[in-house]
Design a protein around this ligand. Structure first.
Ligand code: MG
Length: 335
C-alpha cells in the first residue's frame, strides 16, 4: 500500500460564523492510496476543536506512510484496526486513509462503495443547507441560494439574536428548519428557546449545551418538545450508549470518528439504542461528501452541504441544488 497526500485550501463562499468562531477558508489534506492495482482518493478536513490541526494530520500521515508501505494484503477491517491501534486520537487523518481504501476497493471490484455495502440508493434523505449567523442582507443572499432546498440548517447560539434570526427567516419561508447551537446555550436558556422554537416548524435541535454538560441533557430531554441530536458530544460508537438518556439522535461525521468503517459501527450502535442517525460533514470537497453519502441510505437525516459552501470544489457535486443526494454509478466514491 503506497500512501501519498497533499494540502489544499478550500475557499468559503461566505465567512462561516459559529457560536465561538469564524473562518473564511479551510485547509484540507487529500490522500492517495495505491492498493489492489488502483489509486483511491480520500480527504481529511481536520478541526482544531477536536484536537487535530492540519499539521498533526500531516505528521500522522507521514507515520502511516512507513507503516503501510510494508503491507499488501490488508483488508479494510485490518487497516482500520491497525490505524486505530497506532493512532487512536488521529480520527481525521485515519478517515482520509480509510476513505481512499474504500475508493480503491470499489474501483478494483468495479462497484460504487454503497453497492459494495449492499445499500439502496432510493432510500436517501435530502440534505439540508446551512445558514450561518450573519447580518440581514447576507442572510437574504443565503436564503436565495438555499431556495430549492427543502430543509435549512440554521446556526444558533448567539443570545437574543437567535430569536431575531429565526423570526427573520420565517418572514420569507415556512420550510422546515433544523437548528444547530454548537454548545451555545445553558440549560435554562435551552429549555426556554426550545419551547419557543417548537412553534416555528423546527425539525430538531443539535448540540444545545456544552459537551461537558452532557449530564444536564437528561434534564433537558425530559422537558423538550423537539428531538435533540448530539454532535460535539459524540465521536465514536462507544460514546453513544451514555448519550441515550440525553439525546434522541447522533450526528456522525467521518472526520470525528476515524472513517467509514467506524461510521457504520456508529449507525448500528445508534439503531440498537433506537436513536436517530444523522450524517454530517465538515467543510469538504466532493471527496469527503461522496464518502459520507455512500452511507446515506442508512440515515434518517443528512447534512452534507460542505462542498456547496466552497467556491473551488475540483469535483462534480454529489448534492444538487435542491438537496438531492445523487450517488454515482461509477466505482469507488464515483469521482
Ligand atoms: Mg453541529
Amino acid at each position: 500500500m503506497k500512501l501519498s497526500f497533499e494540502e489544499r485550501i478550500l475557499k468559503l463562499r461566505h465567512p462561516f460564523i459559529l457560536s465561538g468562531s469564524q473562518y473564511s477558508e479551510k485547509k484540507v489534506i487529500q490522500t492517495k492510496l495505491e492498493w489492489r492495482g488502483q489509486i483511491g482518493i480520500g480527504e481529511s478536513s481536520p478541526s482544531q476543536y477536536f484536537g487535530e490541526p492540519p499539521e498533526s494530520v500531516c505528521e500522522c500521515l507521514v507515520s502511516m506512510q512507513s507503516l503501510l508501505e510494508k503491507e499488501t494484503e490488508l483488508s479494510i477491517q485490518s487497516l482500520h484496526d491497525i490505524m486505530a491501534h497506532h493512532f487512536p486520537k488521529n480520527f481525521s487523518a485515519r478517515s482520509a486513509v480509510v476513505m481512499a481504501a474504500y475508493d480503491a476497493f470499489g474501483k478494483s471490484c468495479a462497484l460504487p462503495v454503497y453497492q459494495l455495502l449492499g445499500l439502496d440508493h432510493k432510500k436517501i434523505p435530502r440534505s439540508s443547507f446551512t445558514i450561518g449567523m450573519d447580518d440581514k442582507e447576507k442572510i437574504k443572499v443565503k436564503l436565495a441560494e438555499a431556495n430549492k432546498f427543502p430543509i435549512l440548517k440554521v446556526k444558533l447560539g448567539f443570545g437574543d439574536r437567535d430569536f431575531e434570526l429565526i423570526t427573520f427567516i420565517r418572514e420569507s419561508t415556512d420550510k422546515k428548519i433544523r437548528v444547530d447551537v454548537n454548545e451555545g446555550w445553558n440549560k435554562e436558556e435551552a429549555a426556554r428557546k426550545i419551547e419557543w422554537l417548537a412553534k416555528q416548524n423546527i425539525e430538531f435541535v443539535e448540540q444545545p449545551l456544552p459537551k461537558e454538560d452532557w449530564k444536564d441533557m437528561a434534564w433537558l430531554k425530559a422537558r423538550t418538545p423537539l428531538p435533540l441530536v448530539a454532535d460535539e458530544n459524540v465521536l465514536v460508537a462507544s460514546d453513544i450508549p451514555k448519550l441515550k438518556d440525553g439525546f434522541h439522535g447522533v450526528n456522525i461525521k467521518l472526520d470525528k470518528c476515524g472513517g467509514l468503517w467506524e461510521a457504520q459501527a456508529m449507525i448500528h450502535t445508534a439503531r440498537a439504542l433506537e436513536m436517530k442517525v444523522m450524517l454530517g460533514c465538515m467543510i469538504s470537497s466532493s471527496i469527503g461528501i461522496s464518502a459520507m453519502a455512500q452511507l446515506a441510505p442508512k440515515s434518517d437525516a443528512c447534512d452534507l452541504d460542505g462542498s456547496l459552501l466552497i467556491s473551488n470544489n475540483n469535483f462534480p457535486e454529489v448534492v444538487s441544488g435542491d438537496g438531492k443526494i445523487k450517488l454515482s454509478d461509477k466505482p469507488g466514491l464515483g469521482l
